[in-house]
Write a protein that binds this ligand. Structure first.
Ligand code: NAP
Ligand code: GFB
Length: 325
């Protein structure tokens, strides 16, 4: 029987990127589809994963042999700060239902998606896979962070009690086509692309939130997609893997804003609203484990990936997730 790979959250930024790679890489290649393999990219209307019954029905319908579990309530700093309990509860419900259904339906392999914000805020840098539980996460997103950390605990419990082949991936901040460009709820790159586009269009000031000093690592969604496919094919261990560019690729929010101003071609006034939160100052993650296991990986240069993302946004503005126009 051919493998059936179910991607929960298949209609989002990362899900669409995996779909793009699976549909464009040569069949049988390292990041391509295997002959006879069926891929299912599920969205919330295919089954609300907060509901155990709808989750069970989704598994009954597709009988996945493998699952890449991306579905989650996701948002940027400002949305996380506003809805800590909602992020905690909804993500705990979604994750518990997916892990339980993967167990009861004897799924051969499950990869869940965490985030580098799960790591402790106060810990020796760089962050690596052994430091997940060694202190509280940053207060700005502790709801989401604890829900994601719990998945690592659940994976170990399912493995010890039932021998399940459950593991997880820990991406850094992601960006690319099909992102959420909502002005308030989105992450920094899509949020600033949208704000800069409107400032250029309306000849108004471009305002970046915070001081511009925080540092972040950003991975292009299409690169991350290849790394998920690698983990699906070649990694069978319960311990998580950080999926990220190198820690030397950290950039400041000001550098990101400068690159967006250049990519959008904005020439107007550009300033920082320091009354708004900076959130966590930095969360530098080591990708040493990944690169050692993969034998190397060529990441897309940041400015090239940003250009592609801006072009996608300008060409798809009317259908993109922009929240309030
Ligand atoms: P996204 O673009 O917001 O997509 C979220 C996906 O989850 C959508 O397909 C959505 O379906 C689905 N979903 C949400 N609630 C659901 C529910 N109750 N039942 C079923 N499906 C539901 O998110 P993303 O940025 O691709 O994130 C994918 C994964 O990466 C998440 O686990 C996130 O925590 C993790 N992550 C993201 C980042 C980042 O910077 N974006 C960084 C690190 C980790 P609909 O389209 O139908 O709403
Ligand atoms: O991407 P972002 O929302 O997430 O914000 P975090 C990154 C930084 O960009 C913060 C600044 O220092 C913001 O102050 N920033 C400047 C902006 N302008 C903007 C803007 O217009 N929109 C946004 N959103 N930020 C999130 C976590 O933290 O990282 C999530 O809260 C998740 O749970 C995600 O883990 C990957 O990197 O600060």
């Amino acid at each position: 029987m051919a493998n059936v790979v179910l991607v929960t959250g298949g209609s989002g930024l990362v899900g669409k990127a995996i779909q793009h790679i699976i549909e464009t890489e040569p069949e049988g290649s390292r990041f391509g589809k295997k002959t006879g393999e069926k891929w299912v990219f599920a969205k919330s209307s295919d089954g609300d994963l907060r509901d155990p019954e709808q989750t069970r029905k989704l598994y009954e319908k597709y009988k996945p042999t493998h699952v890449i579990h991306l579905a989650a309530l996701v948002g940027g700093l400002f949305k996380n700060m506003k809805y800590k309990l909602t992020f905690l509860r909804e993500n705990i419900l979604i994750n518990d239902n997916v892990l339980h259904a993967s167990h009861t339906h004897k799924t051969q392999k499950l990869i869940s998606c965490l985030s580098t914000c799960v790591f402790p805020d106060k810990v020796e840098y760089p962050l690596d896979e052994n430091k997940i539980h060694s202190g509280p996460p940053h207060e700005s997103n502790f709801g989401y962070a604890h829900a994601k950390r719990l998945v690592d605990v659940q994976n170990h419990a399912y493995k010890e009690e039932f021998g399940c082949n459950f593991t997880s991936a820990i991406p850094t901040n992601v960006f690319g086509p099909n992102d959420n460009f909502d002005l308030e709820d989105s992450h920094v790159i899509p949020g600033l692309i949208h704000k800069c586009y409107l400032a250029k269009k309306n000849n108004t000031p471009f305002i970046v939130s915070g001081t511009g000093k925080p540092l972040r690592q950003f991975i292009y969604s299409y690169d991350l997609a290849k790394l998920f496919i690698w983990q699906l094919r070649e990694y069978d261990d319960v311990e998580p893997v950080i999926l990220s560019v190198g820690e030397d690729e950290e950039v400041s929010i000001k550098e990101v804003a400068d690159a967006i101003v250049k990519a959008v071609g904005f020439q107007g006034e550009y300033s920082f609203d320091t009354t708004r939160a900076d959130g966590q100052f930095r969360k530098p993650a080591s990708n040493k484990k990944l690169i050692t296991l993969m034998g190397g990986f060529e990441f897309t240069p940041f400015e090239q990936a940003l250009d592609t993302t801006v072009k996608w946004f300008l060409q798809n503005y009317d259908n993109a997730r922009t929240g309030k126009k």
